[in-house]
Design a protein around this ligand. Structure first.
Ligand code: GNR
Ligand code: NI
Length: 159
């Protein structure tokens, strides 16, 4: 089911989410399906549970490589090297801003059955995962953006 996306100002986006404890469970599967449906409906590349009002540590991502699910995810290492790129957020409609983040990360998470896995990510996937993990701790990209991007700006992609 497509859910309403909570927007900035709603407290559910500002709390710390609790770990998922029940795996291989119909209620978990239903929540993950709702998250994916809501993300695709909104044309997002990622969605964190608190964005649909669920205070649990789970995230869905699809940056064009298929649907990925991360439950109780943790970044276990990040590159020293950073990138500053544009971000938006479905919970902060109508705005965009530049954010500095590590270029590459190594992530540990559980799948829907409770099995541990690790993943190395770079590029847009690394960016999106970091953005989603921030949501699980009540952090929005606007808290860390270096500058806002305005719609009437010239493209400054290539300097
Ligand atoms: O759809 C989204 N696009 C995006 C672009 C750059 C960096 C992060 C993102 S995530 C965002 C969807 C969203 O708000 N997820 O929490
Ligand atoms: Ni977001």
């Amino acid at each position: 089911m497509i859910k309403d996306i909570k927007t900035i100002g709603n407290n559910v986006l500002r709390g710390k989410c609790h770990a998922v404890r029940e795996f291989n469970d119909p209620k978990l599967f239903m929540r993950l399906r709702d998250m994916a449906e809501t993300m695709y409906d909104a044309n997002g590349i990622g969605l964190a549970a608190p964005q649909i009002g669920i205070k649990r540590r789970m995230v869905v991502v699809d940056v064009g490589e298929g649907l990925m699910e991360f439950i109780n995810p943790e970044i276990i290492s990040s590159s020293e090297e950073t990138d500053e790129t544009a971000e938006g957020c479905l919970s902060v409609p109508g705005r965009r801003g530049m954010v500095v983040r590590p270029k590459r990360i190594k992530l540990k998470a559980k799948d829907r059955y409770g099995e541990d896995f690790t993943l190395e990510a770079d590029g847009l996937l690394a960016r999106c995962i970091q953005h989603e993990l921030d949501h699980l701790d009540g952090v929005l990209y606007v808290d860390k953006m270096t500058r806002e991007i305005f719609d009437d700006e010239e493209e400054t992609d290539e300097e």
